[in-house]
Each structure stands twice: as structure tokens, then as C-alpha cells.
Design a protein around this ligand. Structure first.
Ligand code: PMT
Length: 401
């Protein structure tokens, strides 16, 4: 599977850099086209000569070394996959804030290929809150993280921070390459985040959706090669690079944006938390509280976007809804699947800790139109997104047969 695949191996300055030699060698033995990019610090741990000999071509260390094509852009464009091993605390901090202060970080910023980040460092550095924050941010930005192993570290301490075995890195990297092609050219619409229904110019009815679930779904589809339109309510998240982003505020805006893209889409996934009601009339000026003890406002239903999508669904479209439930969740989710003509519904049981709004994790049950039910344990929203697309791909394959 590696034959002629264009892989960039990024090397940062940590003692585990010596293990990268084996990684590069294994990729080359399997006939991958390997480009090695080293930070200046990496060159102190392992000689560029070693890695260039194993890669069979010169190693890149300097953003300004050659005239002609700009190396970080050329390498970024050619890469089908970037593996950063070892990724140090410093490199990850720079990636987390989008610095492009040397060739490796610039390339990582410029590429649209999946990036596998393999951290390795001292255990205290790895567990430091600053590093944990950066890891969380990298995950939000759509980078794929491979947890380090625990054990004896070169610094003499024991704990998490060891670079995983080369075999483990190759397996994780292979999964990314395979996934990359699996939705190639498939048009996908994903919705995410909350909607806002304004009462007056400054106040709105909203909800606690952070957008994390929907953004993870969009990023995963992109990583599998899909052409993704992400229709998003207001969130604090940076949208995943490489997807077309349509920003909306109200349920009505989301309705229009989704309906204008959905007809062309092979798959629509509605992870957004859409308000069910809005004020019947928006007050033009800021509502004054005056002497009033209560305020009564009449609300009306918003358009049910998912129900409308189900009504006009083209024959080969796969329509996926989410359900956020607290009471009798399975029954309510099944009812929604039927009523809205869905192929799959993702049930969040909000009564369980670690599931639903705002958190980085979720506990979901996938319910298929044909009655199959797949209960998943607590996992990151990124992992939920992977399982969701695996399920959608099953439906797409069945449809083709
Ligand atoms: O954003 P996060 O903080 O990561 O949280 C994720 C999430 C909990 C918001 C997400 O996983 C989720 O469950 N989204 C759906 C929440 C919801 O609105 O559920 P619902 O049961 O009210 O709606 C069912 C489905 O109908 C949803 O797909 C919703 O997008 C859709 N809907 C609802 C109302 C409406 N007017 N139009 C719709 O399309």
C-alpha cells in the first residue's frame, strides 16, 4: 500500500529522533517516496546524512536553501501524508498557534494532507497542563495524534513519553492513507454548532452546542477525501482547513444554507443543535426592563431542516441526523429516524457523564434504518466521527451493490 505514496516525515529535536531512522528506512523498503524535513534542533540529535541515505534523497532543513520552487509549499502540495515523529513539546506548541517560523511548521500549515503527530518527550513535559492544552488544540485543528507509550525514558524517568514502536506508527499512518481515499470526490454537507434566535438586537435564545461534534465530523470527511461544506452556527472553534465554511446564525439561515447545498450532496449529516422555537417578532430596539417583573414573549416553531431534507431526499442520498435525548432515548431516536426519513441517527444520551454538549467526548448509539443498533462506549468526538463515517461508508457500499 505504500508503493509510490508521497510521505513527508517531519523530525523535531528530541532524543527519539534516532528511531525515525528506522521509520524512514521501513517506508523506503516499502517503496514509499519519502521526503524528510528536519528542524535545526533535530539535526543535533541525528545527522541529516543518516536520514538522507535511508530516504535515498536529500533531507530538507532550510526554508530558504534553494532558489526556484518554495520548498514548504512544494512539499506541502505533493504530500499525501505527513508524519511528525518525534513531535516535541516545543514543536506542538508552535503548531497549536499556527506559527510558521521554520520549514517544518510552515509545511504543516501549508499542507492539506492528513498530519499524524507522534509526541515524545519527558513525562513531566508531556503531562504539563500547557502541553495538554496544546494537544487538545491540535486535535481541534484536525491533526491526528498517536499517544506516546509509557516506560523508561532516555532522561532516566519512567512515565508516558516514549515514541511508539515503528510498527505502531506505520499502522496509524496506513489507516490515515486508506481513509483518505475512501470518500474521494464524495460531496458532503455537515451542520454544526448552535443557532441563535434573537429577541432584540442583543439577546437571543440559544443552546450550549460548542460545534466540536460537527467540526470533527467535517474534518474526518475531509481526511477521507470528501468535498465538504460545513454549515455552522456561531462557535469559538477554528473551522477545519480544507472545508468550505458557510456561517449562519438562526435556524432560518441554516435552513436556507443547507437546502441550497443539499441537493448536490451524496451525504448530509446534521450534527447542529437547531432551536425549535424563535420569538414570533423580533423587537427592533433593546428591550427595557423598566418596572416589569415578568416578560411574556410569544414563540413560534422554526423550520425543521432535517424533516424537510428527509421529505425531498434524492434517491441515493444518505441522510444522517443526531438526537440529543434525556428520557427513553432509544425510543425517541427511533421515532425521529422514522419521522424524518433518515438512513442513520446518532443518539447522544445526555443523561450520561461525558456525553453531549461542550465536552470533548461523547457516548453515542448508531441506529440504522434497517433496525441495526451499534452502541459505542465513551470516546473522543474525533473517534465518534470516525465510527460515524465508517457506518456511512457501509451504507454507501450497500447502495452501490
Ligand atoms: O456541539 P457540541 O458541543 O459538540 O455538542 C454536540 C451535540 C450534542 C449538539 C450533537 O452531538 C447533537 O446531538 N446534535 C443534535 C442536537 C439536537 O438538536 O437534537 P434534536 O433531537 O433536538 O434534533 C434532532 C435532529 O433534528 C438533529 O439532527 C437536528 O440538527 C435536527 N433539527 C432539529 C430542529 C430543527 N428545527 N431542525 C433540525 O434540522
Amino acid at each position: 500500500m505504500w508503493k509510490a505514496r508521497r510521505v513527508v516525515v517531519g523530525v523535531a529535536g528530541g532524543i527519539a529522533a534516532y528511531k525515525t531512522a528506522e521509520l524512514v528506512s521501513r517506508l523506503r523498503q516499502q517503496e514509499a517516496e519519502v521526503e524528510v524535513v528536519m528542524t535545526e534542533a533535530a539535526t543535533r540529535f541525528i545527522s541529516p546524512l543518516t536520514l538522507s541515505t535511508l530516504a535515498g534523497r536529500p533531507v530538507w532543513t532550510d526554508m530558504f536553501a534553494v532558489s526556484g520552487p518554495v520548498p514548504h509549499v512544494e512539499l506541502a502540495r505533493k504530500a499525501e501524508l505527513v508524519i511528525v515523529a518525534p513531535a516535541t513539546a516545543d514543536l506542538m506548541a508552535r503548531m497549536a498557534i499556527g506559527l510558521a517560523d521554520e520549514l517544518l511548521t510552515a509545511l504543516i500549515l501549508a499542507t492539506r494532507a492528513p498530519v499524524l503527530v507522534v509526541p515524545s518527550m519527558n513525562a513531566n513535559m508531556y503531562t504539563h497542563p500547557a502541553t495538554r492544552d496544546n494537544l487538545r488544540r491540535l486535535s481541534e485543528l484536525g491533526y491526528h495524534l498517536l499517544e506516546p507509550e509509557s516506560g523508561f525514558l532516555a532522561c532516566g524517568e519512567t512515565g508516558p513519553g516514549r515514541l511508539p514502536e515503528v510498527e505502531t506508527i506505520l499502522e496509524a499512518a496506513a489507516r490515515l492513507l486508506v481513509r483518505r481515499a475512501s470518500l474521494k470526490g464524495v460531496r458532503v454537507v455537515v451542520t454544526a454548532g448552535p443557532t441563535r434566535e434573537y429577541l432584540d438586537p442583543v439577546r437571543f435564545l440559544g443552546n450550549a452546542s460548542s460545534g466540536k461534534m460537527g467540526y470533527a465530523v467535517a474534518a474526518e470527511a475531509r481526511d477521507r477525501g470528501a468535498e465538504v461544506v460545513l454549515v455552522t452556527g456561531p462557535t469559538a472553534l477554528a473551522p477545519p482547513p480544507g472545508v468550505k465554511v458557510v456561517r449562519v446564525e438562526s435556524a432560518e439561515d441554516m435552513f436556507r444554507a443547507v437546502m441550497s447545498h443539499a441537493a448536490e450532496a451524496r451525504v448530509v449529516v446534521k450534527a447542529a443543535a437547531v432551536a425549535d422555537f424563535r420569538p414570533k417578532a423580533k423587537v427592533p430596539g433593546k428591550i427595557k426592563k423598566g418596572e416589569a417583573e415578568t416578560l411574556v414573549m410569544e414563540l413560534e416553531r422554526t423550520p425543521d431542516i432535517l424533516a424537510e431534507l428527509g421529505r425531498v431526499k434524492p434517491q441515493h442520498q444518505v441522510l444522517v441526523g443526531f438526537a440529543a435525548e434525556t428520557d427513553d432515548p432509544l425510543r425517541h431516536a427511533r421515532d425521529k429516524l422514522q419521522a424524518k426519513n433518515l438512513d442513520l441517527i446518532v443518539l447522544n444520551d445526555l443523561s450520561r457523564a461525558g456525553a453531549g454538549f461542550e465536552v470533548d467526548t461523547n457516548i453515542v448509539t448508531l441506529i440504522f434504518r434497517d433496525g441495526r443498533v451499534r452502541e459505542l462506549p465513551l470516546m473522543s468526538k474525533m473517534e465518534v466521527a470516525r465510527r460515524l463515517w465508517d457506518a456511512v461508508e457501509e451504507l454507501l457500499t450497500t447502495d452501490k451493490e
